[in-house]
Design a binder for this molecule. Structure first.
Ligand SMILES: [Zn+2]
Length: 674
């Protein structure tokens, strides 16, 4: 029985995993005909760019044309809706967003995130950071029938700092089933900073700021892209700085080797483009995925020096150099605005109104603006191409899915400065109304916006929260005070606490994809076990009067104080919604590590503990030294030292627990009795 104690945290975690939350939509009647007429229908189709009316049967578009042509299809059973001259266009396609995969950090449930896509007029999107944990979550959400925004997934081959994640993605082959809502599209590779550290430039943003780093050599990147290509996935390569853009183009050139880009490999952000690289996108057929909203009001960092200004966001030059190339749009939520009209304003004027007031571009920036028609095409049909869905959405043509929106104003007629004021009044996806933004419901009578299911409150009742917070202090301190009279008991508790704590950490490191809920749970459980373990360690400490031992005891108390602060910090921040908890947590982490370090030093000097019992203490020592040395040696962007700190602490406590128990010989018990 006892040897299975390590299973407890695992079982607890499984119990914590919950079913997805959402609602299953009503089926669309495949025979029902709905006609929207008397409007300006922007189709994004070359042979019929504008029409007056559109007919939808079930999920699909049946006809697009003049009022007479389309109304001729109607019978008594059809619903006929007068657009009153308003603009109707395809739903926006956001080729790269984190709306879904980042929903928790935005305080949203998946259902709420999906609803905010619809309320902003977005009906199809690409999710560009998919790890195993999120993949499981979104698949469960889809299998339950809750997912209705068309979603393409890009599985991560590297993290934002360029740390390779192995080829786990090969277990999930790309899919291409017509009409599927959820689809595995491709694999994401980061080649430079931006989301982690600095982007790779050929110049300095500020004197002395350095030119940033590429995560891979050209050969390494070629190999990675070749592996993705050979397995039949689309490669989505993050490249922001000009060195990264050139390197990514080189990699695509080497992999394609003169063949067309039939898998539609794409490049994300593409912010700084060397002039000589502009035509290479078209030559290779690589889809650049661009932002529309230029963050003038809330810049990410220092501006690009004037002499390199031509290279920053040169969308006009990119379009001109590659007239036939499909270019895609992305919001990159939460890093930029979710509102497609903020991005439309940016594409067309480079004005930014997100954040504070109106921020206007320089003359040079203005040179790279696009027309409304060009931008809308990029934000719909061309983005659908990037997500390999252009045969089913992105434009309005018979046979395609009825994914469409009605706008509050006509973007072709409104003052360019006012483009961001346009709203989606109605969002239809697959023939079903998903959102109505009209108080009088003129276009959507009888429809009520649903309330998306919010994130459930997973916290225990208030009384339990306080009780746990109290126990987190009382139990380890009590154990520490008891250690003289009940040394064996305290050691036993400390030993098991160490084993369970270490096993929990190692289980977490193996999975390395906690959901946030699980992570909070672990963050509370673990430091608590660490504190108990420290108390157990104290029981090993012989009662002597040597000054160095007094110092050793102080180090142990200090380490325990750190573990208690760490767990209290997570309780305070997560259960009592108080940000002060994060400070407590960090101070706790530091104090715990320093305490163990000092204890290790004292033991080295006085050899109070036996060699074996000193081992876990040495681990405590290394848990401070190793990350410190690594953080000096490694580039600042790497988060490896932090992960190592956690890993070594976790492993250390397993050792500690095991060794404390191992030393439970009868002789030792007598030795240690006060
Ligand atoms: Zn992104």
């Amino acid at each position: 029985m006892r040897r299975f104690v390590f299973l407890i945290p695992i079982l607890l975690l499984i119990a914590c995993a919950r079913a997805p939350e959402g609602t299953v939509p009503e089926q669309v009647d495949p025979t029902r005909l709905t006609i929207y007429h008397n409007g300006v229908v922007l189709t994004m189709e070359e042979d019929l760019p504008q029409a007056e009316a559109i007919a939808i049967r079930g999920e699909f578009i049946e006809r697009v044309g003049s009022n007479e042509e389309v109304l001729a299809l109607s019978d008594e059973a059809s619903s006929i809706i007068d657009l009153g001259g308003r603009v109707l266009m395809p739903g926006f396609v956001d080729a790269h967003t984190h709306l879904l995969n980042d929903h928790r950090s935005q305080g949203q449930s998946l259902d709420e995130a999906q609803y905010s896509a619809f309320s902003n007029g977005i009906t199809t999107l690409g999710t560009l950071y998919v790890d195993r944990g999120f993949l499981r979550e979104i698949q469960a959400f889809d299998e339950a029938g809750f997912l209705r925004v068309r979603t393409g997934l890009y599985l991560v081959a590297t993290d934002p700092c360029g740390n390779k994640q192995g080829d786990w993605w090969k277990e999930y082959p790309p899919s291409d089933v017509p009409g599927e809502i959820l689809r595995v599209n491709g694999v994401k590779i980061f080649t430079d900073g931006g989301a982690c550290g600095n982007v790779a430039l050929s110049f300095e943003l500020e004197p002395g700021s350095g030119t940033g780093d590429l995560w891979f050599s050209q050969e390494e990147l070629n190999e990675m892209v070749a592996e993705v290509d050979a397995a039949g996935y689309q490669a989505a390569v993050h490249a922001i700085g000009d060195r990264a853009v050139t390197q990514a183009l080189n990699a695509f050139e080497s992999v394609l080797d003169g063949q067309p880009n039939s898998l539609r490999h794409r490049m994300e952000h593409v912010s700084i483009i060397p002039e000589q690289d502009l035509p290479r996108f078209g030559e290779l057929g690589i889809v650049p995925v661009l932002l529309g909203e230029f963050p003038l009001c809330t810049p990410y960092g220092p501006p690009v020096p004037e002499e390199y200004g031509q290279m920053e966001w040169p969308w006009r030059a990119l379009r001109a150099a590659n007239p036939d190339l499909s270019i895609a749009w992305h919001s990159d939520v939460p890093f930029q605005s979710i509102d497609p009209f903020d991005h439309l304003l940016g594409f067309v004027t480079r004005i930014d109104t997100v954040g504070r007031g109106i921020c206007r571009p320089t003359e040079l920036q203005e040179e790279h603006t696009l027309s409304v028609e060009e931008a809308l095409s990029i934000m719909t049909i061309q983005s659908a191409y990037a997500l390999r869905r252009d045969d089913e959405v992105g434009s309005l043509a018979p046979g395609k899915y009825a994914d469409l929106i009605v706008l509050s104003q006509n973007p072709l007629e409104v003052e360019p400065d006012k483009l961001a004021e346009i709203r989606a009044l109605l969002t239809v996806a697959g023939g079903r109304i998903e959102y109505c933004g009209m108080p009088d419901k003129e276009l959507c009578s009888g429809f009520t916006n649903r309330d998306p299911v919010p994130l459930p409150d997973t916290r225990p009742p208030v009384l339990v929260r306080w009780l746990v917070a109290l126990l987190l202090v009382i139990l380890p301190v009590g154990a520490m005070l008891l250690r003289r009279r009940r040394a064996v008991m305290v050691r036993r508790i400390g030993g098991w606490a160490g084993i369970v704590g270490g096993a929990t950490w190692i289980y977490g490191l193996i999975l390395s994809e906690w959901s946030d809920d699980e992570f909070v749970f672990v963050f509370m459980l673990l430091p608590f076990l660490m504190a108990l373990g420290t108390a157990g360690l104290a029981a090993l400490w012989p009662a002597t009067t040597q000054p160095s031992h007094t110092f050793g005891r102080f180090a142990l108390w200090f380490s325990m104080f750190g573990a208690i602060s760490l767990s209290l910090g997570s309780v305070v921040s997560e259960w009592f919604d108080n940000d002060a908890g994060w400070g407590l947590l960090l101070v706790g982490l530091l104090a715990h590590a320093i305490g163990l370090f000092l204890f290790g030093l004292v033991n080295l000097k006085s050899r109070v503990l036996s060699r074996w019992n000193a081992l876990p203490v040495m681990v405590g020592l290394f848990s401070v030294l190793v990350p410190l040395v690594l953080s000096i040696l490694l580039p600042e962007s790497s988060n490896l030292p932090f992960e190592l700190l956690f890993g070594i602490l976790g492993g250390g406590w397993v050792l500690l627990g095991g060794l404390l128990l191992r030393s439970q010989t009868p002789e030792e018990r007598t030795d240690l009795a006060p």
